[in-house]
Every structure is written in structure tokens, then in C-alpha cells.
Write a protein that binds this ligand. Sequence first.
Ligand code: SF4
Length: 371
Amino acid sequence: MERLKERKAKRFSFSLLNLNCPRLIIKTIDKDPYEVFPSEETDMGKKIHAIYADILKKDKKDWDFSRITDLIDVYGNPERVFRSIEGRFSTEQKIRIRIGGRIFTTVSDLLITRRGERDIIDSKTSFSHEILPSHREQLRYYALPFLRKGLRVKVGIHFARYALLEWVDIVQGLDDYTKIANHLMDNITKVERVIAGKPDPEPSNFECKYCCPYILSCPSSPELFITNEKQAQELAGEYIKLKARTKKMEEILKVWATSVGDIYLKDDKLGYTPSGKTVIDPEATLKYLTEHKIPLTDIFAPQAKKFKKLAKVHPDLANFAEIQYSPLWKVTKNDRKEEEMSSFIFSNKEQEKNKVKKAVEEIEKILTSVK
Ligand code: SF4
């Protein structure tokens, strides 16, 4: 229970309670710096949430949903979803509730206030409009602060891409409050047991792939363990995307660092550090070496670019150079034709198996050497 001594371990949110992997839970509580950033879809999801929040907090007469429909395809009329709902709208309401000595934080995308009742609406931006048990559970937890005040609470899900609002539950009274609060406490206790235990990774395809920002250093990450060509292709795809994204991130961060200043994280600082450069006077150096009979080869190193330029004027120089090919790790264009791709197999099955076996052993070694 050592970790529970920390104040932050007594604060819970639905997203924390929804995690399963002990390593992920503990890293999330410890607020370890992210190793990978959220996927494109998550970025877009945040953007959609922010725009909806901005629109819905305004007076109904000022609603302008074109900011959403310009950004994404919406299969329906977003305005019709909310127009007929009576009450005072507030968005992104953060409410803390103390329960069993712990603090549980709820953030409702949309909270509608009417006398004696509240509507809580959570927006989903995924391409699915399936109502999952976890959606219902989340919304029932969010109803707790209002149930405690004796209010009637109606909870629903707004599927933003389909302009669809599904009411999923109505809760009211002490019985509902007790049932939901007990359920929440069971979940908190489950997570507390994880926090008190060992932070072992417990891989699951969905959580590792879509929810885990600590996947790069994870010894059990299923994404990193490849055993066949298809998985190698998938990982290569991720790598190419990440590389392009990293480059873009670097450009953005450089702009920020140049105009605003260094960026400070928990353990790191990102920005420009001064570097030194040695400037040599070539003519004076050459004169000194000649006068003191110091062999030129002691400091002379021909540069390929200059050499090639000089060889254009003195062709005989080219006899002193050769091109050596060595493998270079980089992403290049695939020049195989489609039919070649589909018929491409290793010529020797046994050779293929041995190569894969050797690669798998090496990957295993790499994965067991990282924390
Ligand atoms: S990659 Fe998977 S197993 Fe590893 S910490 Fe993340 S969720 Fe857990």
C-alpha cells in the first residue's frame, strides 16, 4: 500500500478505473511522461469535443454547427439533436465527489440543468455508434453527485459523427445512488489492489494498441513482438508513420522553442543548447605544417564531395577513389510491381523459417533487455 500514501493515488477518474494493465495503471498514476502521443483519431476526437463545447455553451440563437460539418462528415443534422432539449446548458463540467475517503472526478461533456433534474450527455467521436456497457457505467458514475442531491438524472450518449443522441438510463433516489456508489467503490478497490501490487504488464490487444502511451518501453508489448511477415509489415507501417510524425513534431517544437523558449517537462528540458564549432584557418595551418615538416596526412582527410568536384578537373584523381556499398537504414519507395508483391515469397521455405527463427530470437533478446 506504499503508493497509496501519495495523495494522487486517492484520486480516481473513470478513465483510470477503466484500465486493466497494472503497468499502465501505475504509470498513469505516477504521471510518467508519454512515450507516444495519441493517434490521429484521438487528436481529431479532442478537436470535435472542443468545438461542440464551444458551440453548446452559447445561446441557442448563436449556435453555428458549420464549424463541425466543415471539419468532419456528419450523417445527420447536429442542431436538431440539441434544439428541443430544454434547460441551461453547460459544457465540460468538472465535478469532484468524495466517496469512501477517495476523490472521484467526473467531467461531463454536456450538463443540462432543469429544476429537480439534470441531463448528462457524453459525446463519442468514434466511427461506431454502439452503446457499450462501459459507456453506461461511466454515465451512471457521473450521475452520482446529482443523485446525492436528490435530483433525477437522465444520461445519454451523443454520437457526434451520426448526429444521434441515445438516452441510455434514468436514475433517481437512494437505491440507485447506493447501487452505483457501491459499484464505483468496488472498482476503486480493484484499482487500489493493483496499485499496491507489482506493476507487471498485462497485454491486451485493444489496451496496448489504442490506450497505452507507454508501449515503447513495455517488455510485453505485443506490437513489438513480431513473428511473421504480416506483423513485420504492420510494425513497419507504424514506424514510418511515427517517423513522419516525429519530424513534424520536431519542426513544431523548434518553432515554439525559438519564439517562446525552452520547454520544461518533469525530468527533461527540450530546446536549443549552445554548441561550439572549431574554425580553422586552412592556409596558415598548411604553411605551419610545411615549415615544421609535419606530414600532411596527420591532419589531412579528403572529403568525398570536394574530391568528386576536383576529379572533374583532374580526371586521373578518380583512379584513387572507389564506391563502397554498405547497407543504409532508411525508408525508401517500394519499387516492386503489384504482381511481384503478390507472388513474392522466399525462394527456399527452409531458409525462410530459419531467418524468421533467428529474427524472433534476436527480438526476444531486445525486448527482455528493456525495462
Ligand atoms: S503496452 Fe500493453 S502490456 Fe505494456 S504497459 Fe501498455 S497496456 Fe500494459
